[in-house]
Design a protein around this ligand. Structure first.
Ligand code: GLA
Length: 389
């Protein structure tokens, strides 16, 4: 039996329903390069993954929403009324779909109905592969489909970000929701986060694979230093504005930054800004390398990205640094870096296909020696964005 058939059975058992639900899916994402640049008005280069979150739903005649997640069976069915969807600590994980339903209802100005909705995700939670944006967009395509809202995709992506920022309270950028909402099989997306201009770039690696390495260090974005990094960059922009007519760090060239960096008084904020400016430039350069079939050049930029995140942005930590250093020390590795917000989560490496097994064994040996537990490995396939199955 395939996943979908199984999930339909689960749905019918949990909600005691004879109806066949419609099945929707939103992937997770990895980011190839361009980290902590989205909220700095720069570029990112993410791709959607083949694993993600399934959302199955049936309309109800009343105003009741019932949510159940196979990943959190201990919380049981979480119920709420369509007319009182404000954030509620006790609803736990269900706040993500609740927030999304609320904002879609407001934005579309439609009278929705209640629904029974089952979620199942195969993205590891807290691994930095955007399980939260995935559940937001899975809810988005489900609500759009069940209630025939005809919402365009980019506004839906923006509502996902609004859930994160205003409903949950994490000041994240647009990258995750965009990658998940707009993903395309075997392509990464170069996105200008200031203008939302984007283009797809084929990722055809032939003799190489992208390996995702999970540190298995538990962390939550809300509790991390994410919001602090963001305000440090905002402070740097304010000081640069004394002389430069900019609204974000993503607008600066290397030369402009070098000539004006002394305006940033706090040396820590100066390092943060340096990362944001150069990471944005590296991201643009990375696309050029890919277009020139220069995979080695691409890998080199990934490595530089990690160094900058480690030394200037300071969002890596012993777990990610151990994995990435061990990857750099391996034969057959083109490039390696952390991906996502950092502070734990996942790293990615481009590895020669024939050496992937050897790579995993060697990395795990080193990781276990230093950190005391194992890492988990996934070989990334790049799949399509959020959709009905
Ligand atoms: C998290 C956020 C994104 C982005 C990355 C870092 O994934 O949700 O908006 O800022 O961190 O690049």
């Amino acid at each position: 039996m395939n996943t979908t058939t199984n999930l339909i059975k689960e749905f019918q058992a949990i909600f005691m329903s004879a109806e066949t639900p419609r099945v929707f899916f939103a992937p997770g994402r990895m980011n190839l390069i361009g980290e902590h640049t989205d909220y700095n008005g720069g570029h990112v280069f993410p791709a959607s993954l083949s694993f993600g979150t399934y959302a199955l739903g049936c309309k109800r005649d009343d105003q009741l929403l019932r949510f159940y997640s196979l990943n959190f069976p201990e919380t049981g069915i979480i119920e709420c009324d369509l007319n009182s969807l404000s954030f509620d600590e006790a609803a736990g994980w269900a706040n993500y779909p609740k927030g999304m339903v609320l904002y879609m209802k407001e934005a579309s100005n439609s009278a929705l109905h209640g629904a029974d909705i089952l979620f199942y995700g195969n993205i590891p939670n807290g691994a930095g592969l955007s399980s939260s944006a995935s559940i937001e967009l899975a809810t988005g395509v489900l609500v759009n489909g069940l209630f025939g809202l005809n919402m365009e995709r980019i506004p839906m992506v923006q509502l996902g970000q609004k859930v994160e920022n205003e409903y949950i309270g994490v000041n994240s950028g647009i990258m995750d929701q965009f990658a998940i909402g707009m993903g395309k099989e075997n392509h990464a997306i170069l996105l200008n986060c200031q203008t939302l201009d984007y283009r797809y770039a084929p990722i055809v690696l032939e003799n190489h694979s992208v390996v995702i390495i999970n540190t298995n260090k538990q962390r939550t974005l809300a509790g991390s230093k994410y919001n602090e990094r963001r305000s440090q960059c905002e402070e740097a922009v304010k000081e640069l504005q004394q002389k430069l007519p900019i609204s974000s760090l993503g607008e600066l060239s290397a030369l402009q930054f070098e000539e004006n960096k002394q305006l940033i008084t706090d040396p820590i904020n100066r390092k943060r800004a340096k990362h944001a400016v150069f990471e944005n430039l590296r991201t643009l350069e990375a696309l050029e390398k890919l277009q020139q079939d220069d995979l080695a050049g691409f890998g080199q930029l990934m490595n530089e990205s990690h160094l900058s995140l480690r030394d200037d942005y300071e969002v890596t930590g012993i777990e990610l640094d151990t994995i990435v250093q061990a990857a750099w020390d391996q034969e057959g590795v083109i490039g390696a870096r952390m991906t996502g917000a950092g502070f734990g989560g996942c790293a990615i490496a481009i590895v020669e296909k024939d050496r992937v097994e050897e790579f995993k064994a060697n990395i795990n040996k080193k990781y276990h020696e230093v950190v005391g537990y194992e890492a988990t490995f996934y070989t990334a396939a790049i799949g399509d964005g959020a959709r009905e199955l």
